[in-house]
Design a protein around this ligand. Sequence first.
Ligand SMILES: *[C@@H]1O[C@H](CO)[C@@H](O)[C@H](O)[C@H]1NC(C)=O
Ligand SMILES: [Cu+2]
Length: 229
Amino acid sequence: MRSSLLILATIAARAAAHYTFPSLIIGGQVTTAWEYVRLTNNFDSQAPVTNVNSSDIRCYDSAEPGTASTVTVNAGDTIGIESDGTIYHPGVVNVYMAKAPSSVSGWAGDGSVWFKVYQITAVTNGGTSITFPAEGLPGVSFPLPKALPTGQYLVRMEAIALHVASTYGGAQFYISCGQINVENGGSGTPGPTVAFPGAYTGYEPGILININYPIPKTYTQPGPAVWTG
Ligand SMILES: *[C@@H]1O[C@H](CO)[C@@H](O)[C@H](O)[C@H]1NC(C)=O
Ligand SMILES: [Cu+2]
């Protein structure tokens, strides 16, 4: 009896499989975990953030802020962020960036400074199906806009798991922030910008949502529009 309960508990823990995003993908190569990504509080637990008003909704690094190196890339390069497994849960992805006033090392990312550079939304079909193209991916890659100004940036990965999002606070945010130094940039003005916390109330239709029943007719991606340069 006892051992079968233990087995059930183990299976339940596996089924809950969480994830972190510890590696940038630079020049097509997955870099060392936590080399260019700030160590997150959940590096060993892999547990998500569920309170959108918590300071951890920004970079999830309150336990030990700012412990990463900065990698140099060019505007227009394709970069990415890799998980420690896969994006196991059904949900959506947003990647935000914020430009540091000077060195990104130790910069907190305060204020309405975050703009979205990439997203993977849900695909709906008028209520007959909803699918999540991000589900199961090991990571995401995206182009840095050519118009992105030269300078140092935080790159914030956000995978929002929606499998238990039908009650307030049920959506799970898997977050990390990488540090990049962008050279050969352009003269664009990234926006619209938001603050973290502040970007979400948790009541957005794309965050507080039952993805199972009734099947959503449409899906509204949380956050501002993607800035493409
Ligand atoms: C977070 O803040 C929003 C906006 O002020 C509020 O509506 C919401 O109830 C807050 N949620 C939590 C969990 O504190
Ligand atoms: Cu999980």
